[in-house]
Design a protein around this ligand. Structure first.
Ligand SMILES: Nc1nc2c(ncn2[C@@H]2O[C@H](COP(=O)(O)OP(=O)(O)OP(=O)(O)O)[C@@H](O)[C@H]2O)c(=O)[nH]1
Ligand SMILES: [Mg+2]
Length: 397
């Protein structure tokens, strides 16, 4: 064991020297404050006496037991240098650590920003999807639900052909051979459904139908066509006393064309009026526009028609009639046993699907179509092929 005594100014100086001279295993055995120097005890200064020992080890440096100050300073400088290096290392490490911490902090901030960005983006994405969905909904609504429908179905619906008739056409098409195109199949079915027939020769022709569809105008057109163009002797009867001006309307046409004209108020008068025109080739009978839902009025009209004893009763319907009203009108007028259909106002629409809807439901032939207000020009007979082309947009009026 090596034991050494150090007189130092402070404990840290003692430790530095002990570590340097005895090594890091040295232990301090004792320490005490003593006075050193002076004269007779005067002017002495207080120092520290530290005794240290190291077991089975030689001192790391062979220094004399005297207080070699120079050696000590060197030792201290060396230790200080190593301390400085150690400090620098620590600073570096702490810098790295703080850098790491800084990086971590940055990463956290980045993560949070990234999360925020994702949330924002997600929100944006959800909004965009919602927007797209509502756009899709709008599209589906606007186009009467196009999803899951075939091209043929969509094509027919675009022509304003009602669902039931579209289904019928498509079913018929399925049963046809594939030698022809879909368009040709559609045409064939439509031409089969749309019946047309030139108006048959008969003594009495009656026109019935809803209010304002063009009955009186059509009667005037027919009278003009028959009297002026075909040279027939035509008589006019009206049982339309319900509407103010209705009588005057037809009388004006009769006066211009110089043809006999009678107003009928009762069933008895009806019989007499027909009798008085027995020399005419054809008698055209105009009727009051009635609501098809008013069964009383329809029955009243029926009584008049029965009196004239004709099977030439024409139901006049406008091409602009809404699809959902067609059935109601056809049903309401059934008691009048109409044999033909006259379609008016073809000039007032650009889709003619209502014509096939009327034909399919009524199963009656079309005798005339009217295409404007001009008397007598805007009336004609057209074939089912021509009507089909009109409906399919391949022809115009
Ligand atoms: N654009 C167009 N208008 C028409 C056609 N036929 C008739 N009209 C017009 O439709 C309106 C009504 O015609 P009317 O002949 O009085 O109809 P109505 O069926 O006799 O009417 P009510 O006697 O009241 O039931 C008139 O302004 C006619 O000029 C047509 O083919 N095309
Ligand atoms: Mg009228």
């Amino acid at each position: 064991m090596v034991i050494k005594r150090y007189i130092v100014n402070s404990m840290s100086e003692a430790l530095t020297r002990i570590r340097y001279e005895l090594g890091k295993d040295a232990v301090i055995i004792s320490q005490r404050r003593i006075r050193k120097g002076g004269f007779w005890g005067f002017f002495s200064k207080k120092v520290l006496e530290v005794t240290a020992a190291v077991d089975n080890k030689k001192p790391s440096r062979n220094v004399s037991s005297g207080e070699n100050v120079e050696e000590s300073i060197k030792a201290i400088k060396k230790i200080m240098n190593s301390k400085i290096k150690e400090n620098e290392k620590q600073i570096k490490e702490s810098n790295i650590q703080s850098n790491n911490e800084e990086r971590k902090r940055t990463e956290v901030i980045f993560d949070e920003n990234y999360k925020l960005m994702l949330e924002k983006n997600n929100g944006q994405l959800i909004n965009e999807v919602k927007e797209m969905r509502s756009m899709l909904d709008e599209m589906v609504k606007g186009s009467n639900i196009t999803i899951g429908k075939s091209k043929v179905q969509l094509y027919l619906e675009k022509m304003d052909i009602e669902d039931e008739v579209v289904k019928y056409i498509m079913n018929e098409m399925k049963m046809m051979s594939d030698d022809i195109t879909d368009k040709e199949k559609i045409k064939k079915v439509m031409e089969h459904v749309i019946l047309t027939r030139p108006m048959q020769e008969s003594n009495v022709v009656v026109l019935v139908g809803p209010t304002g569809v063009g009955k009186t105008t059509t009667i005037a057109k027919l009278a003009g066509k028959m009297a002026l163009l075909e040279g027939k002797k035509v008589g006019l009867i009206t049982i339309d006393t319900y509407r103010i001006g209705a009588v005057e309307q037809l009388k004006t046409y009769a006066d211009i064309m110089n043809i006999p004209f009678k107003v009928v108020l009762t069933i008895k008068e009806m019989e007499a009026a027909v009798e008085s025109m027995s020399n005419c080739d054809v008698i055209l009978v105009d009727t009051t526009g009635r609501s098809s839902k008013n069964t009383m009025q329809i029955s009243e009209l029926r009584a008049f028609i029965e009196k004239v004893n004709t099977d030439n009763v024409n139901l006049v319907m406008s091409c602009t009639t809404k699809n959902r009203d067609i059935d109601v009108i056809l049903d309401g007028y059934k008691p009048l046993n109409y044999s033909n259909i006259i379609i008016t106002k073809l000039d007032e629409t650009s889709t003619y699907g209502s014509i096939i809807n009327i034909c399919k439901d009524s199963k009656k032939p079309i005798t005339f179509v009217t295409t404007g207000q001009n008397v007598p020009d805007d009336i004609k007979f057209i074939t089912s092929k021509e009507i089909t082309n009109l409906i399919l947009g391949e022809d115009s009026i």
